[in-house]
Write a new protein. Structure first.
Length: 176
C-alpha cells in the first residue's frame, strides 16, 4: 500500500485549483503538482548516495529527476511550435552525469515545473487541436497532445522513482 504524503492529503485535482483554465491544461498542471508531491515524499529519507545509486540495475533516481525536469521543457518547446535549442540538446546529453545533491535535483524539478506551469497557462487558450511536430522527423501531434504527454511522461517516470525508492528501502531492510 502506498502511504499518502503528509495526512490529511488531498490530491491536486481535488483541491479546486486552476479553475481559470480549461480542463485539459488544468489536468496537466494537477499532474505536475502531484508529481512534485510524490517525488518529495518518496525521496525524503534518501541520501544523496542513494539517489545516485542503481539498485538492481535500475535507473538512478538522480537520472530520473533530471529527465523529468528537462523532458518537460523539451516537450513544451514542441507544444509551442519550436525545435530544440543547442542548450536543450546539451542538457539532454548531461542527464546521465552529475553529482547533484538530492536538494539540487528536486529544486531543478520544482523550477522546471514552475516554468512549465506558466507555459501551459500560455497555451491553455490556444486551439489544442493545432498541429505540432516533434523531433527532427517532425512527427505529427497537436498542442493538446504535447501537453497531455507532459503529464503522461512525467507520471511514468515518477512511478519509476517510487519503485526505485521502494527497492532502496527494501534493500535497507525497511518495509515498503
Amino acid at each position: 500500500m502506498t502511504p499518502e504524503p503528509d495526512p490529511p492529503y488531498t490530491e491536486p485535482w481535488l483541491r479546486g485549483t486552476h479553475t481559470d483554465i480549461s480542463a485539459a491544461p488544468r489536468a496537466v498542471l494537477h499532474a505536475l503538482e502531484l508529481a512534485l508531491d510524490d517525488l518529495k515524499h518518496w525521496t525524503a529519507d534518501l541520501s544523496d548516495a542513494e539517489v545516485h545509486a542503481h539498485p538492481l540495475g535500475l535507473n538512478s533516481i538522480a537520472f530520473l529527476l533530471l529527465h523529468i525536469a528537462r523532458s518537460t521543457d523539451r516537450i513544451l518547446t514542441y507544444a509551442e511550435g519550436n525545435q530544440l535549442s543547442a542548450e536543450q540538446f546539451t542538457a539532454y546529453k548531461s542527464e546521465q552525469s552529475g553529482e547533484e545533491s538530492k536538494v539540487e535535483l528536486l529544486a531543478e524539478v520544482e523550477s522546471a515545473f514552475t516554468r512549465a506551469a506558466a507555459r501551459i497557462r500560455a497555451l491553455a487558450g490556444a486551439d489544442l487541436d493545432a498541429e505540432r511536430g516533434v523531433g527532427r522527423k517532425n512527427l505529427p501531434t497537436s498542442i493538446g497532445g504535447t501537453m497531455l504527454h507532459v503529464a503522461d511522461h512525467t507520471m511514468r517516470h515518477v512511478g519509476q522513482v517510487i519503485t526505485t525508492a521502494k527497492v532502496i528501502k527494501a534493500l535497507r531492510g525497511e518495509p515498503v
